[in-house]
Design a protein around this ligand. Structure first.
Ligand code: PHE
Length: 354
């Protein structure tokens, strides 16, 4: 036996091992070389015939080679263990359909409402979900301890916003932050940046700290509208709101009525009702309007002149109206959805219907 023979054998075995493609070939390789009667063991047999000096050289060499080969054999084996089954591609199987999403009913509803206001010349204004106490309450004529603040149960944020004031370095003012409870702060934000004539709509999320049931949610969407000019009157409001409601609900002769109400940022304050579009105002055995013939639609009113002062306008004798309607409420009426909680439930059985 020659050292060269061993080297040649090892190279040959490594090459063969590299070419092996499946578990069956690997087993053949094991039987031929690594098994008890394999070629590698033959070499060990031949060692016995060598002299002591030769054994010292050949023995360790053969041993390390055997170990290395066994190691590589194991690696290859674990590779084939993973691929236990052959991969077959069956071209005759029917394909899997990709699910295509659809727009959420809230999105559909507010897009619809906004497009109608757009056609009336109202521009769209966007605002934040987090608001300061000033914009949500103070600037809307809602004083610090006024009981009207209870109308909007509020989620306050732990963190305060710190603003530097004045020129001195150490003068800071901390501002209370909250999740906006209505979209009316957008009125003030818009009024600060624009002068009359104004026609704007704003859509946003609002949050109320209250228990949920079929008619109440702690997170919903509102649509705010504001129109201010020199001589905008309640008549303009009634005609625009009537036109809008008729267009959205798709019934030409729907009646709208105004009832007195109270919101500190409007005077007079109004509640707007629409004739029930299921029983057409008859109010008999109607689940939609609970037999009243009317459906409550939104809060509204003529803008309070104090707001013009807060907005720092040049004069305070403008006239205008504002309104805020619940988008989910509108969608519930339009699509006859009985429970407001389904909107945020994430239940695809609900959203897939739109
Ligand atoms: N912001 C009021 C609410 O959340 C609705 C409203 C808007 C009322 C504008 C009057 C004018 O209930």
């Amino acid at each position: 036996m020659d050292l060269k023979d061993i080297d040649a054998l090892i190279i040959k075995l490594n090459q063969e091992l590299n070419l092996i493609k499946n578990a069956k070939e690997l087993e053949g390789f094991r039987l031929k070389y690594l098994a008890r009667k394999g070629e590698l063991n033959d070499c060990f047999e031949k060692l016995k015939e060598l002299s002591v000096e030769q054994k010292r050289v050949f023995g360790p060499k053969l041993n390390t080679c055997k170990k290395e080969l066994e190691q590589r054999f194991k690696e290859k084996q674990s590779l084939f263990d993973k691929v236990t089954e052959e991969f077959f591609f069956d071209y005759t199987l029917p394909g899997k359909k990709k699910e295509i999403g659809s727009l959420h009913p809230t999105t559909l509803t507010y897009r619809h409402i906004i497009s109608v206001f757009n056609s009336f010349g109202f521009e769209i204004f966007e605002s934040n979900d987090i608001e300061s106490e000033y914009y949500n309450f103070d600037s809307l004529n809602i004083e610090k301890n006024h009981p009207a603040r209870d109308m909007w149960d509020t989620f306050w944020l732990d963190k305060k916003y710190i603003l530097p004031i004045g020129s001195k370095k150490d003068e800071f003012k901390s501002i209370n932050l909250l999740l906006k409870t209505h979209t009316s702060p957008a009125e003030m934000r818009f009024m600060e940046k624009n002068n009359p004539p104004i026609r704007m709509v704003n859509m946003g999320k609002v949050f109320r700290y209250e228990a949920t049931d079929a008619r109440h949610e702690f997170q919903l969407h509102q649509l705010e509208g504001l129109m201010i000019g020199d001589d905008i009157s309640l008549c303009n409001f009634k005609s625009i709101i009537t036109g809008m409601t008729r267009k959205i609900i798709g019934q030409k002769d729907l009646k709208v009525r105004l009832r007195p109400s109270y919101f500190p940022f409007v005077s007079p304050g109004l509640e707007v009702d629409v004739e029930c579009f299921k029983c057409h105002g008859k109010g008999s055995k109607c689940s939609l309007c609970s037999n009243s013939g009317w459906i409550e639609m939104m809060g509204a009113g003529m803008t309070h002149p104090n707001l013009y002062k807060f907005a720092k306008w040049d004069r305070y004798n403008y006239q205008g109206f504002a309104f805020g309607l619940g988008v989910e409420r509108f969608a519930m009426l339009k699509y006859q959805i009985p429970d407001i909680r389904v909107f945020n439930s994430g239940d695809l059985r609900f959203t897939k219907q739109f």
